[in-house]
Design a protein around this ligand. Sequence first.
Ligand SMILES: Nc1nc2c(ncn2[C@@H]2O[C@H](COP(=O)(O)OP(=O)(O)O)[C@@H](O)[C@H]2O)c(=O)[nH]1
Ligand SMILES: [Mg+2]
Length: 350
Amino acid sequence: MNRPLLVLVGGFLGAGKTTLIIAAARLLQSRGVCVGVIANDQGGELVDSRWLAELGLDVEEVTGGCFCCRFSDFYHSAERLLVRRPEVIFAEPVGSCADLSATILQPVKSFYKDQLQPAPLTVLVDPLRAQEFLGAGADPNMAYLFHKQLAEADQVWFTKADLCGSPPGLPGVTTRSMSARTGRGIAEWLNQVLSGNEAAGTRLLDINYEEYAQAEAALGWLNWQADLRLRQPLTPAAVAGPLLEELDGRLTEMSAAIAHLKIFARSDTGFIKASLCRNSEKPLVEGDLAASPARRYELILNLRARACPELLQSLVNEVTRHLPGRLIVNHQESFRPAPPKPEHRFTSVG
Ligand SMILES: Nc1nc2c(ncn2[C@@H]2O[C@H](COP(=O)(O)OP(=O)(O)O)[C@@H](O)[C@H]2O)c(=O)[nH]1
Ligand SMILES: [Mg+2]
Protein backbone atom coordinates (compact mmCIF):
# COMPACT_ATOMS: atom_id res chain seq x y z
CA MET A 1 0.00 0.00 0.00
CA ASN A 2 1.34 3.37 -0.97
CA ARG A 3 -0.59 5.64 1.35
CA PRO A 4 0.60 9.16 2.03
CA LEU A 5 1.03 10.22 5.64
CA LEU A 6 -1.63 12.64 6.82
CA VAL A 7 0.00 15.09 9.23
CA LEU A 8 -2.53 17.17 11.16
CA VAL A 9 -0.94 20.31 12.63
CA GLY A 10 -3.23 21.87 15.24
CA GLY A 11 -2.82 24.65 17.76
CA PHE A 12 -4.33 28.01 18.63
CA LEU A 13 -4.62 30.90 16.16
CA GLY A 14 -1.16 32.29 15.40
CA ALA A 15 0.70 29.36 17.00
CA GLY A 16 2.82 28.93 13.86
CA LYS A 17 1.02 26.11 12.03
CA THR A 18 1.27 27.52 8.50
CA THR A 19 4.85 28.65 9.05
CA LEU A 20 5.88 25.19 10.27
CA ILE A 21 4.10 23.49 7.35
CA ILE A 22 6.01 25.71 4.90
CA ALA A 23 9.36 25.04 6.57
CA ALA A 24 8.70 21.30 6.80
CA ALA A 25 7.42 21.10 3.21
CA ARG A 26 10.52 22.85 1.93
CA LEU A 27 12.77 20.51 3.87
CA LEU A 28 10.95 17.47 2.51
CA GLN A 29 10.94 18.84 -1.04
CA SER A 30 14.71 19.35 -0.80
CA ARG A 31 14.88 15.60 -0.08
CA GLY A 32 12.75 14.90 -3.16
CA VAL A 33 9.56 14.16 -1.21
CA CYS A 34 6.27 15.19 -2.85
CA VAL A 35 4.08 17.19 -0.45
CA GLY A 36 0.49 18.48 -0.43
CA VAL A 37 -1.27 20.83 2.00
CA ILE A 38 -4.91 21.28 3.04
CA ALA A 39 -5.82 24.66 4.56
CA ASN A 40 -9.03 25.34 6.45
CA ASP A 41 -11.18 28.19 7.66
CA GLN A 42 -14.67 29.00 8.93
CA GLY A 43 -15.02 31.52 6.08
CA GLY A 44 -13.80 32.01 2.51
CA GLU A 45 -10.81 33.92 1.04
CA LEU A 46 -7.94 32.58 3.10
CA VAL A 47 -4.61 34.34 3.50
CA ASP A 48 -3.03 30.98 4.38
CA SER A 49 -3.96 29.15 1.19
CA ARG A 50 -3.00 32.11 -1.03
CA TRP A 51 0.33 32.37 0.75
CA LEU A 52 1.02 28.62 0.48
CA ALA A 53 0.06 28.60 -3.21
CA GLU A 54 2.18 31.67 -4.02
CA LEU A 55 5.13 29.91 -2.37
CA GLY A 56 4.64 27.10 -4.88
CA LEU A 57 3.04 24.49 -2.63
CA ASP A 58 0.32 22.16 -3.85
CA VAL A 59 -2.59 23.39 -1.74
CA GLU A 60 -6.28 22.56 -1.39
CA GLU A 61 -8.63 24.29 1.01
CA VAL A 62 -11.76 23.56 2.99
CA THR A 63 -13.70 26.79 3.50
CA GLY A 64 -16.92 27.75 5.26
CA GLY A 65 -16.42 25.38 8.21
CA CYS A 66 -13.84 23.39 10.11
CA PHE A 67 -12.54 19.98 8.96
CA CYS A 68 -14.72 18.14 11.46
CA CYS A 69 -17.95 19.80 10.32
CA ARG A 70 -16.91 19.37 6.67
CA PHE A 71 -15.25 16.01 6.89
CA SER A 72 -16.51 15.03 3.40
CA ASP A 73 -14.98 18.21 1.92
CA PHE A 74 -11.81 17.46 3.83
CA TYR A 75 -11.57 14.02 2.29
CA HIS A 76 -12.39 15.33 -1.20
CA SER A 77 -9.54 17.85 -0.82
CA ALA A 78 -7.22 14.99 0.13
CA GLU A 79 -8.47 13.04 -2.90
CA ARG A 80 -7.61 15.92 -5.23
CA LEU A 81 -4.10 15.98 -3.79
CA LEU A 82 -3.80 12.19 -4.06
CA VAL A 83 -3.94 12.48 -7.86
CA ARG A 84 -0.45 14.05 -7.70
CA ARG A 85 0.76 11.11 -5.54
CA PRO A 86 2.11 13.03 -2.52
CA GLU A 87 4.02 11.10 0.12
CA VAL A 88 3.02 13.56 2.83
CA ILE A 89 -0.16 15.64 3.21
CA PHE A 90 -0.09 18.37 5.85
CA ALA A 91 -3.51 19.54 7.07
CA GLU A 92 -3.99 22.71 9.11
CA PRO A 93 -7.30 22.84 11.01
CA VAL A 94 -8.86 26.12 12.15
CA GLY A 95 -6.96 27.52 15.15
CA SER A 96 -10.01 27.59 17.42
CA CYS A 97 -10.78 23.91 16.79
CA ALA A 98 -10.47 20.97 19.16
CA ASP A 99 -11.68 17.36 19.18
CA LEU A 100 -9.69 16.57 16.04
CA SER A 101 -8.82 13.06 17.18
CA ALA A 102 -12.47 11.97 17.50
CA THR A 103 -13.78 13.83 14.46
CA ILE A 104 -10.95 13.57 11.91
CA LEU A 105 -8.26 11.05 12.83
CA GLN A 106 -10.55 8.22 13.99
CA PRO A 107 -12.87 8.60 10.95
CA VAL A 108 -9.83 8.59 8.62
CA LYS A 109 -8.50 5.45 10.33
CA SER A 110 -11.89 3.82 10.00
CA PHE A 111 -13.12 4.90 6.54
CA TYR A 112 -9.96 5.70 4.58
CA LYS A 113 -7.30 3.39 5.98
CA ASP A 114 -6.37 2.26 2.47
CA GLN A 115 -5.96 5.84 1.21
CA LEU A 116 -4.30 7.76 4.06
CA GLN A 117 -1.99 6.90 6.94
CA PRO A 118 -2.59 9.31 9.84
CA ALA A 119 0.51 10.61 11.60
CA PRO A 120 0.51 11.62 15.29
CA LEU A 121 -1.61 14.70 16.01
CA THR A 122 0.76 17.60 16.63
CA VAL A 123 -0.43 20.62 18.60
CA LEU A 124 1.74 23.73 18.39
CA VAL A 125 1.98 26.27 21.20
CA ASP A 126 3.24 29.83 21.02
CA PRO A 127 5.16 30.23 24.33
CA LEU A 128 3.94 33.80 24.89
CA ARG A 129 0.36 32.74 24.29
CA ALA A 130 0.82 29.84 26.72
CA GLN A 131 2.02 32.24 29.41
CA GLU A 132 -1.10 34.34 28.81
CA PHE A 133 -3.49 31.35 28.89
CA LEU A 134 -1.88 29.87 32.01
CA GLY A 135 -2.05 33.21 33.85
CA ALA A 136 -4.72 34.23 36.36
CA GLY A 137 -6.18 36.89 34.06
CA ALA A 138 -6.63 34.57 31.06
CA ASP A 139 -9.81 34.86 29.03
CA PRO A 140 -11.73 31.73 30.15
CA ASN A 141 -13.07 30.95 26.67
CA MET A 142 -9.66 31.15 24.98
CA ALA A 143 -8.01 29.21 27.83
CA TYR A 144 -10.70 26.52 27.45
CA LEU A 145 -9.90 26.03 23.76
CA PHE A 146 -6.17 26.05 24.47
CA HIS A 147 -6.38 23.37 27.18
CA LYS A 148 -8.70 21.17 25.12
CA GLN A 149 -6.28 21.32 22.19
CA LEU A 150 -3.42 20.23 24.48
CA ALA A 151 -5.42 17.42 26.06
CA GLU A 152 -5.88 15.48 22.82
CA ALA A 153 -2.42 16.00 21.31
CA ASP A 154 -0.14 13.06 20.53
CA GLN A 155 2.74 15.56 20.41
CA VAL A 156 3.02 19.08 21.79
CA TRP A 157 5.68 21.40 20.42
CA PHE A 158 6.46 24.96 21.45
CA THR A 159 7.08 27.16 18.43
CA LYS A 160 9.02 30.44 18.11
CA ALA A 161 12.02 29.17 20.13
CA ASP A 162 14.00 32.05 18.59
CA LEU A 163 11.75 34.50 20.51
CA CYS A 164 11.42 32.65 23.81
CA GLY A 165 14.31 30.64 25.24
CA SER A 166 12.46 29.11 28.20
CA PRO A 167 8.81 28.34 27.55
CA PRO A 168 6.47 27.82 30.51
CA GLY A 169 5.79 24.34 31.86
CA LEU A 170 2.49 22.81 30.79
CA PRO A 171 1.21 20.59 33.62
CA GLY A 172 1.14 16.92 32.61
CA VAL A 173 2.37 17.57 29.07
CA THR A 174 5.71 16.61 27.55
CA THR A 175 6.88 19.39 25.25
CA ARG A 176 9.69 20.07 22.83
CA SER A 177 10.69 23.34 21.18
CA MET A 178 11.17 24.36 17.59
CA SER A 179 11.63 27.48 15.52
CA ALA A 180 10.53 27.72 11.92
CA ARG A 181 12.59 30.91 11.76
CA THR A 182 15.95 29.26 12.59
CA GLY A 183 15.01 25.72 11.54
CA ARG A 184 15.66 24.34 15.02
CA GLY A 185 13.63 21.21 15.73
CA ILE A 186 11.98 20.96 12.30
CA ALA A 187 13.88 17.85 11.13
CA GLU A 188 13.44 16.30 14.58
CA TRP A 189 9.67 16.92 14.47
CA LEU A 190 9.45 15.46 10.97
CA ASN A 191 11.37 12.38 12.11
CA GLN A 192 8.87 11.92 14.92
CA VAL A 193 5.71 12.31 12.89
CA LEU A 194 6.84 10.60 9.70
CA SER A 195 8.61 7.62 11.26
CA GLY A 196 5.43 5.53 11.25
CA ASN A 197 6.48 4.24 14.69
CA GLU A 198 4.25 6.56 16.69
CA ALA A 199 0.52 5.99 16.94
CA ALA A 200 -1.88 8.64 15.67
CA GLY A 201 -4.96 9.82 17.51
CA THR A 202 -4.17 7.98 20.74
CA ARG A 203 -6.37 10.23 22.89
CA LEU A 204 -10.00 11.24 22.84
CA LEU A 205 -11.25 14.42 24.39
CA ASP A 206 -13.77 14.73 27.11
CA ILE A 207 -15.49 17.84 25.77
CA ASN A 208 -18.89 19.40 26.26
CA TYR A 209 -20.02 20.74 22.89
CA GLU A 210 -22.09 23.55 24.41
CA GLU A 211 -19.07 24.89 26.29
CA TYR A 212 -16.90 24.37 23.22
CA ALA A 213 -19.38 26.28 21.01
CA GLN A 214 -19.58 29.11 23.52
CA ALA A 215 -15.78 29.37 23.71
CA GLU A 216 -15.39 29.51 19.93
CA ALA A 217 -18.20 32.04 19.61
CA ALA A 218 -16.31 34.43 21.88
CA LEU A 219 -14.23 35.28 18.81
CA GLY A 220 -15.31 37.57 16.02
CA TRP A 221 -14.19 36.47 12.57
CA LEU A 222 -13.76 38.61 9.49
CA ASN A 223 -12.62 37.60 5.99
CA TRP A 224 -12.35 40.28 3.28
CA GLN A 225 -10.94 40.41 -0.25
CA ALA A 226 -10.66 43.43 -2.56
CA ASP A 227 -8.97 44.88 -5.61
CA LEU A 228 -7.20 48.19 -5.14
CA ARG A 229 -6.12 50.63 -7.85
CA LEU A 230 -3.73 53.13 -6.24
CA ARG A 231 -3.38 56.75 -7.30
CA GLN A 232 0.42 56.52 -6.83
CA PRO A 233 2.45 53.30 -7.09
CA LEU A 234 3.49 51.72 -3.79
CA THR A 235 5.39 48.57 -2.81
CA PRO A 236 3.37 45.62 -1.38
CA ALA A 237 4.90 46.27 2.06
CA ALA A 238 3.95 49.95 1.88
CA VAL A 239 0.34 48.99 1.18
CA ALA A 240 -0.07 46.22 3.78
CA GLY A 241 2.15 47.53 6.60
CA PRO A 242 0.29 50.79 7.36
CA LEU A 243 -3.08 49.07 6.91
CA LEU A 244 -2.13 46.49 9.52
CA GLU A 245 -0.84 49.16 11.89
CA GLU A 246 -4.00 51.24 11.54
CA LEU A 247 -6.22 48.21 12.20
CA ASP A 248 -4.09 47.21 15.19
CA GLY A 249 -4.28 50.73 16.65
CA ARG A 250 -8.05 50.93 16.23
CA LEU A 251 -8.63 47.43 17.64
CA THR A 252 -6.47 48.30 20.64
CA GLU A 253 -8.44 51.54 21.18
CA MET A 254 -11.70 49.58 21.29
CA SER A 255 -10.13 46.93 23.62
CA ALA A 256 -10.59 44.16 21.06
CA ALA A 257 -7.93 41.53 21.75
CA ILE A 258 -6.40 40.33 18.49
CA ALA A 259 -6.04 36.55 18.17
CA HIS A 260 -4.67 36.75 14.62
CA LEU A 261 -4.70 39.50 12.00
CA LYS A 262 -3.27 38.66 8.58
CA ILE A 263 -3.05 40.62 5.34
CA PHE A 264 -2.00 39.28 1.97
CA ALA A 265 -1.12 41.85 -0.73
CA ARG A 266 -0.32 40.95 -4.32
CA SER A 267 0.67 43.15 -7.27
CA ASP A 268 2.34 42.34 -10.59
CA THR A 269 5.68 43.07 -8.93
CA GLY A 270 5.38 40.71 -5.97
CA PHE A 271 3.43 39.57 -2.92
CA ILE A 272 3.71 39.80 0.83
CA LYS A 273 2.00 38.59 3.97
CA ALA A 274 1.92 40.74 7.09
CA SER A 275 0.55 39.51 10.39
CA LEU A 276 0.07 40.14 14.09
CA CYS A 277 -0.79 37.65 16.84
CA ARG A 278 -1.56 40.21 19.55
CA ASN A 279 -2.30 43.92 19.93
CA SER A 280 0.55 46.41 19.53
CA GLU A 281 2.96 43.69 18.40
CA LYS A 282 5.50 44.64 15.75
CA PRO A 283 3.99 43.31 12.51
CA LEU A 284 5.83 40.51 10.81
CA VAL A 285 6.12 41.13 7.08
CA GLU A 286 7.24 38.27 4.82
CA GLY A 287 7.54 37.87 1.07
CA ASP A 288 8.88 40.14 -1.68
CA LEU A 289 10.07 42.98 0.52
CA ALA A 290 12.17 44.35 -2.36
CA ALA A 291 9.30 44.31 -4.90
CA SER A 292 9.01 47.51 -6.91
CA PRO A 293 6.07 49.88 -6.49
CA ALA A 294 2.86 49.03 -8.35
CA ARG A 295 -0.63 50.49 -8.74
CA ARG A 296 -2.89 47.42 -8.91
CA TYR A 297 -3.30 45.17 -5.89
CA GLU A 298 -5.30 42.25 -4.67
CA LEU A 299 -5.75 42.41 -0.89
CA ILE A 300 -6.97 39.68 1.45
CA LEU A 301 -7.60 40.35 5.10
CA ASN A 302 -8.35 37.70 7.76
CA LEU A 303 -9.03 39.00 11.26
CA ARG A 304 -9.89 37.02 14.39
CA ALA A 305 -10.39 39.08 17.54
CA ARG A 306 -12.42 39.12 20.74
CA ALA A 307 -15.00 41.57 19.47
CA CYS A 308 -18.44 41.68 17.94
CA PRO A 309 -18.25 40.79 14.21
CA GLU A 310 -20.35 43.82 13.20
CA LEU A 311 -17.79 46.09 14.91
CA LEU A 312 -14.94 44.34 13.08
CA GLN A 313 -16.78 44.83 9.82
CA SER A 314 -17.42 48.55 10.32
CA LEU A 315 -13.84 49.08 11.46
CA VAL A 316 -12.43 47.37 8.37
CA ASN A 317 -14.84 49.31 6.13
CA GLU A 318 -13.77 52.59 7.66
CA VAL A 319 -10.02 51.92 7.64
CA THR A 320 -9.90 50.50 4.10
CA ARG A 321 -12.04 53.39 2.77
CA HIS A 322 -9.03 55.62 3.41
CA LEU A 323 -6.67 53.61 1.22
CA PRO A 324 -5.20 56.03 -1.36
CA GLY A 325 -6.96 54.73 -4.48
CA ARG A 326 -10.11 53.04 -5.82
CA LEU A 327 -11.21 49.98 -3.88
CA ILE A 328 -13.54 47.25 -5.13
CA VAL A 329 -14.54 44.89 -2.34
CA ASN A 330 -15.33 41.44 -3.77
CA HIS A 331 -15.84 39.46 -0.59
CA GLN A 332 -16.65 40.34 2.98
CA GLU A 333 -18.04 38.23 5.77
CA SER A 334 -17.98 38.68 9.50
CA PHE A 335 -19.46 36.26 12.00
CA ARG A 336 -18.98 34.30 15.16
CA PRO A 337 -18.11 30.64 14.52
CA ALA A 338 -21.31 28.54 14.47
CA PRO A 339 -21.67 25.71 17.02
CA PRO A 340 -19.53 22.79 15.77
CA LYS A 341 -21.54 19.85 14.43
CA PRO A 342 -19.04 17.19 13.35
CA GLU A 343 -20.03 14.84 10.52
CA HIS A 344 -18.53 11.97 12.53
CA ARG A 345 -17.50 11.69 16.14
CA PHE A 346 -15.89 8.51 17.39
CA THR A 347 -16.09 7.56 21.05
CA SER A 348 -13.27 5.02 20.99
CA VAL A 349 -9.77 4.96 19.57
CA GLY A 350 -9.51 2.83 16.43
N1 LIG B 1 9.88 34.54 15.30
C1 LIG B 1 9.14 33.54 14.87
N2 LIG B 1 7.93 33.80 14.36
C2 LIG B 1 7.19 32.77 13.93
C3 LIG B 1 7.64 31.43 13.98
N3 LIG B 1 6.67 30.63 13.51
C4 LIG B 1 5.65 31.46 13.16
N4 LIG B 1 5.97 32.73 13.40
C5 LIG B 1 5.13 33.92 13.15
O1 LIG B 1 3.94 33.82 13.91
C6 LIG B 1 2.84 34.38 13.19
C7 LIG B 1 1.74 33.34 13.08
O2 LIG B 1 2.23 32.24 12.33
P1 LIG B 1 1.27 31.34 11.46
O3 LIG B 1 2.12 30.25 10.89
O4 LIG B 1 0.48 32.16 10.51
O5 LIG B 1 0.30 30.78 12.60
P2 LIG B 1 -1.00 29.83 12.45
O6 LIG B 1 -2.17 30.71 12.67
O7 LIG B 1 -0.85 28.83 13.56
O8 LIG B 1 -0.95 29.20 11.11
C8 LIG B 1 3.39 34.79 11.82
O9 LIG B 1 3.67 36.17 11.87
C9 LIG B 1 4.67 33.97 11.69
O10 LIG B 1 5.65 34.59 10.90
C10 LIG B 1 8.94 31.19 14.54
O11 LIG B 1 9.43 30.06 14.64
N5 LIG B 1 9.63 32.29 14.95
MG1 LIG C 1 -2.39 29.34 9.55
